[in-house]
Structures are given as structure tokens and as C-alpha cells.
Design a protein around this ligand. Structure first.
Ligand SMILES: Cc1ncc(C[n+]2csc(CCOP(=O)(O)OP(=O)(O)O)c2C)c(N)n1
Ligand SMILES: [Mg+2]
Length: 330
């Protein structure tokens, strides 16, 4: 029965406001993180601004006990999955109070208690890991779901294709979610991906492949809801291609106008996922301007609290250097 397995089956007021709060929090967090990077307090940061609707629409259907695996650009995945902002910001700044005790940084944030099994700087590498996680859920007979986010740049890698094949023959509870932001660093999608479609590749592995407007929270929410329902019901994997856009450069020092046009950027800014969700909420009279402004303010406050927490936290002690190299897992 549709919706039976979903944490939030209806896109009602509660879900819309939860999603709006997550998306605004992601954007404010990323803006703060960029300021910290520009001030030299962290390195190697990849901003997810513009792509907030994708993990939010997916994670709206997940429980803490479900699993998410991310990429080098994963702050939005972590926040959508409910990882603590204070611990995330502390991790970015390399502090002992961070999610990984300050030893992982922006590209390795993980919080097992929240089912966030890790960001990962190696493109495509988390896809087979997520497939193994789904295999574990299946073998244990649980109804947990594994979700892996990856970019268009990973969509032609063998790791994705081997994983989709295994997920299909073993009927695994996994969502392969491609955030197609049209570029892998400076390489355009049209140049590097044959067939002009990521979702179309699902046909080769006998699973549903769906393309959605990744700048529309309701569209992502609907596609993910069906995919999560299928996974929990034992109906197997789904590939979702969410078409989205990163507003900033690939990383801090990258100027994207070297490889894309102002017109193209304006096109996507005019379809901003937060602006559109705000309009959707107001037009549907799900909430008032005042209620949304309260959410805006509390998102700013939460990020300011996080940066204060991170700034006031200590760096790890020297004798922490060789701890946590191996982790025993019960
Ligand atoms: C295996 C591997 N090859 C190359 C790189 C260098 N690299 C880092 S990010 C990136 C582009 C990834 O593009 P995409 O998958 O579209 O993700 P996006 O950056 O657009 O979010 C590359 C080539 C890497 N980290 N790992
Ligand atoms: Mg990309």
C-alpha cells in the first residue's frame, strides 16, 4: 500500500515546514562554512548551495535507522539526515568535539547514530559500500533502507554499474540518487555522459529509473517516497536522477564562469529550490509569512550557535593522532 512504509507519507504542513527548515538551515550552514573557509579556518570545502532539495526530499522518508552515504559534497546530506550542526561545524574546523573528533573534516563527516555512514572524497567509492550496507539489511531481514548520493561525474564509473547490477539481482533495499548538477569539476555532463541520461541506465539493470526536477522539493519527495516504499517492501532498488545545480564553484577557488555562462546560472537561480518551496507553502496556505520568517531566524541562530560551539572547542590532543585508526563494530 503506497505510503504505508514511509516516515512522512503525505506532503502535508508538518512535512513541508520540516523540509523548509532543513533546506534553509543547509543554506545558512554552507554560507557560514564558506566564510570560515575564506578566513582560512578550513580547507577543501565543496558547497552544496543550490542542491538542498535533493537530500531533503529523500531523507524526509528515512528514519534514523536507515543509512545514507555521501560524496565529497555532503554537508547537505548530513544536515538532511539529522546530524548535529554543532558537531558538524566543529568537525569542519578540526575540533575535538566534531562528529569524527576533528580528524575527518568536511569530506568525512559521519554519525552512525543518525545513520550517516560517511561522506567520502573518492568519487564513486561510496556506491559499493552502500550496496553492501543494503545487502546487510537484507540478510538481517530488517526493513532498513540504504541511500547513496553521487554526482553526474560518478555516473559512468564502474562502481555504480557493478553495484546496480548486484542490487538488482539480489533485490536490495537501496536508492541510487544521482545529483546531476551538470558538471564534474569543469567537465560538462553533455560532454562526458553518453546517452544524455543517468536514469536511462537503470533499464540495463532491470530497475526503475526516474528523472526529477531536483530544484523542486515536492518532485524529489514524490519520487523518493515511491523508491523508499519499494525498498522497504522488498521490491528492490531504484535509480533517481535529480537535475540540480551548484551555485558556487566546484570548490572555493574555482570560478565557474570559466566554463559556464551567466545566462545558465541565472536560469537555475530563477528556479531556486528554497524560493519555490516558500512560494508553494504560502500559495497553499500551509503556513504564513510570519511562520516562515520564524524558521528563517531560527536557522540563522542555530548556525551561529554552531560556529560559536566550534570556535570555543579545543583541537584534539596530540595523543589522539593514532587513535580511531581501527574501529571495532559490534
Ligand atoms: C576517483 C576520483 N577521481 C577524481 C577525483 C577528483 N574529483 C573530485 S570531485 C570531482 C568531480 C566530481 O563530479 P560529480 O561526481 O559530478 O560531483 P559534484 O562535484 O558535481 O558534486 C573529481 C573529478 C576524486 N576525488 N576521486
Ligand atoms: Mg556534478
Amino acid at each position: 500500500m503506497a505510503g504505508e512504509y514511509s516516515a512522512r507519507p503525505e506532503l502535508n504542513r508538518g512535512t513541508l515546514l520540516w523540509a523548509y527548515e532543513r533546506m534553509v538551515t543547509i543554506r545558512r550552514f554552507e554560507e557560514q562554512a564558506r566564510r570560515e573557509a575564506d578566513a582560512g579556518k578550513l580547507r577543501g570545502m565543496h558547497s552544496s548551495i543550490g542542491q538542498e532539495a535533493v537530500p531533503t526530499g529523500v531523507c524526509a522518508h528515512l528514519r534514523d535507522s536507515d543509512f545514507v552515504l555521501g560524496t565529497h559534497r555532503s554537508h547537505h546530506h548530513c544536515i538532511a539526515k539529522g546530524v548535529d550542526l554543532n558537531e558538524m561545524m566543529a568537525e569542519l574546523l578540526g575540533k575535538a568535539t566534531g562528529t569524527n573528533k576533528g580528524k575527518g573534516g568536511t569530506m568525512h563527516i559521519a554519525d552512525i547514530n543518525k545513520g550517516m555512514l560517511g561522506a567520502n572524497g573518492v568519487v564513486g567509492s561510496n556506491i559499493p559500500v552502500a550496496t553492501g550496507v543494503a545487502l546487510s539489511a537484507s540478510v538481517r531481514g530488517s526493513d532498513q533502507v540504504s541511500v547513496v548520493f553521487f554526482g553526474d561525474g560518478a555516473s559512468s564509473q564502474g562502481s555504480l554499474h557493478e553495484s546496480m547490477n548486484l542490487a538488482s539481482i539480489w533485490n536490495l533495499p537501496i536508492l541510487f540518487v544521482c545529483e546531476n548538477n551538470r558538471y564534474a569539476e569543469a567537465t560538462p555532463f553533455e560532454y562526458s555522459v553518453a546517452g544524455a541520461s543517468v536514469s536511462g541506465r537503470a533499464a540495463g539493470y532491470a530497475m526503475p529509473g526516474v528523472t526529477v526536477d531536483g530544484q523542486s522539493l515536492p518532485d524529489v519527495y514524490a519520487a523518493a517516497g515511491e523508491a523508499v516504499r519499494r525498498a522497504r517492501a522488498g521490491e528492490g532498488p531504484t535509480l533517481i536522477e535529480a537535475q540540480t545545480y551548484r551555485y558556487q564553484g566546484h570548490f572555493g577557488a574555482d570560478n565557474p564562469l570559466g566554463y559556464r555562462t551567466e545566462e545558465e546560472e541565472a536560469y537555475y537561480h530563477a528556479r531556486d529550490c528554497i524560493d519555490r518551496l516558500r512560494a508553494h507553502v504560502l500559495e497553499g496556505e500551509y503556513a504564513t509569512e510570519a511562520e516562515l520568517s520564524d524558521i528563517d531566524e531560527s536557522a540563522v541562530a542555530a548556525v551561529l550557535t554552531a560556529i560559536q560551539f566550534a570556535d570555543e572547542s579545543p583541537f584534539p590532543a596530540d595523543d589522539e593522532l593514532t587513535t580511531d585508526v581501527y574501529v571495532s563494530y559490534r
